[in-house]
Design a protein around this ligand. Structure first.
Ligand SMILES: [Zn+2]
Ligand SMILES: [Zn+2]
Length: 482
């Protein structure tokens, strides 16, 4: 009811779009035709009503009802666009062509089409660069992961969007950009050998610098590691520096991307507060079997340590592992028999690279978090995630605020050498479950009655209801493995 609207308008922010068509083109009609009901309201009130409408269909019906409503509703109708096929791209291009101002209403544009619907997508090339209020842009090229390309069929689904021109001509208003090259490659579908067409080159950063004043969040994946162009070794070109992105707050980078090398070389803006690194390109390229898989987390952590060491002002770091099995990543409790073998395979104790990185960040008052990505359905996907693919959720399994705790288990009695020395000053305690199941030397506990590592792990991860009941062991410290 009309009398409610001033009240609602107070609660919600009214967006002040200029009702260009309604007012400027139709003053005579507005004056001549007596308006009743909704049309008797002033534009500001009508806008506050329109602002409450979530349904695109309703907005379109309203726009079709009269010219005044058309002028008022169009900014809402055009604000967010999803294009999933070439026919739609054509009709959008035609509508934008009829009324230029519409391009300026678009704030969020997603172009995500399958290969069989690609024809017509190219019509958008001309208009994207006119969208001077664009804030969020998602462009997805046809995905060669789909089954029809797995049987020796040549992949020809190259993108219909001209990225090179686009990056140079985009309006200088982007706040967030996700850009990723594909990680999946196979014979008949290899990434380009021409390095100038790749995002690993200084030209990519130069193009981004057009967004220097607005860009706040950037996410980048450089592509499959075995097909990456060589990293450029010189940083001579001062125009291709990450630090020029002076409003950048958040970076999400594949571990392979050249941008991570920029950070390592201390090239990033003072505005940066957080960095997330994902391991998916390396994990996707593990070919050496189980030993490589075991070494992988340590390699990722040591690489990130080198990056942080190169940064004069480190930022909060989270590392996203694509392996959903956190037990496999870092929290395995090596039993005495395999501990030595495992350490020789992974060049040292399992969690040491994690503590090293966590301490390094802590010395600058920064924070380390480790995450895994998990899918709720039985299918899993690799980024960039395509239209219709499930985006994984993230689960944190390490948080530097609990320095020795991984996957909910406190490893201090195993990993903190100084603490272990302290514990060894007291009598050796062994809990009944460990004595029965594993042998007494496997019981790692602080000697203060708190839960031992095995029991804590069993109750937290397997959900088993176990309780440590301690006896003082008759075998002294130091003689436990014999
Ligand atoms: Zn125990
Ligand atoms: Zn126990």
């Amino acid at each position: 009811m009309p009398e409610d609207h001033p009240h609602q308008a107070k609660k919600r922010r009214i967006r002040h779009f200029r009702p260009i068509f309604g007012q400027s083109r139709l003053p005579a009609m507005a004056a001549d035709v007596p308006q009743t009901g909704l049309l008797a309201l002033v534009d500001e009130l009508l806008l506050s009503i329109i602002d409450q409408i979530d349904s695109r269909d309703t907005l379109c019906r309203l726009a079709a009802s009269c010219r005044r409503f058309q002028g008022l509703t169009e900014p809402y109708i055009w604000r967010t666009l999803l294009v999933t096929n070439g026919d739609r791209a054509r009709s959008i291009a035609a509508a934008l062509d009829i009324r230029e101002a519409r391009s300026s209403y678009i704030q969020d544009l997603s172009i995500r089409y399958p290969d069989h619907s690609k024809d017509g997508i190219q019509e958008l090339n001309h208009f994207i660069v006119l969208m001077d209020k664009l804030r969020h842009l998602t462009i997805e090229s046809p995905c060669p992961n789909n089954s029809e390309w797995k049987d020796d069929v040549e992949f020809d689904g190259w993108t219909k969007i001209d990225y090179t021109t686009l990056l140079e001509a985009l309006p200088k208003a982007l706040k967030e950009l996700d850009i990723g090259e594909r990680l999946h490659a196979f014979p008949g579908c290899m990434p380009s050998n021409d390095s100038t067409t790749r995002t690993s080159q200084p030209a990519f950063l130069k193009a981004l610098i057009r967004q220097a004043d607005s860009l706040e969040r950037l996410s980048h994946i450089g592509g499959a590691t075995q097909h990456l162009p060589r990293k450029y070794s010189t940083f001579d070109d001062d125009s291709a520096r990450l630090r020029h992105l002076s409003n950048l707050r958040s970076l999400s980078l594949g571990i392979e991307t050249m941008l991570l090398t920029h950070l390592q070389r201390d090239d990033y803006p003072a505005s940066l507060c957080e960095l997330k690194v994902n391991d998916v390109s390396w994990a996707n390229n593990l070919r050496g079997g189980p030993e490589d898989t075991l070494r992988h987390p340590g390699r990722v952590l040591r690489h990130c340590t080198e990056v942080v060491k190169g940064m004069s002002r480190p930022v909060d770091l989270s590392i996203l592992f694509s392996n959903p099995n956190t037990e496999q990543i870092l929290s395995t409790i090596p039993t005495a028999n395999i501990a030595l073998v495992l350490q020789s395979i992974i060049d040292g104790p399992l969690r040491t690279p994690m503590y090293t990185l966590s301490s390094l960040l802590r010395s600058s008052n920064r924070h380390l978090a480790l995450l895994t990505s998990k899918f709720s359905s039985k299918h899993s996907y690799i980024p960039p995630y395509m239209y219709g693919e499930e985006v994984p959720f993230e689960e944190r399994f390490y948080d530097a605020n609990h320095f020795w705790r991984v996957c909910g288990v406190n490893f201090r009695v195993m990993d903190d050498e100084m603490f272990v020395e302290e514990v060894k000053k007291g009598p050796k305690m062994v809990c009944t479950p460990c004595r029965e199941r594993l042998g007494r030397w496997e019981c790692f506990n602080a000697g203060d009655g708190s839960s031992c590592i095995h029991c804590e792990r069993d109750s937290r991860i397997d959900g088993r209801d176990v309780e440590c009941v301690y006896d003082v062991d008759t075998v002294a410290w130091g003689n436990e493995v014999d």
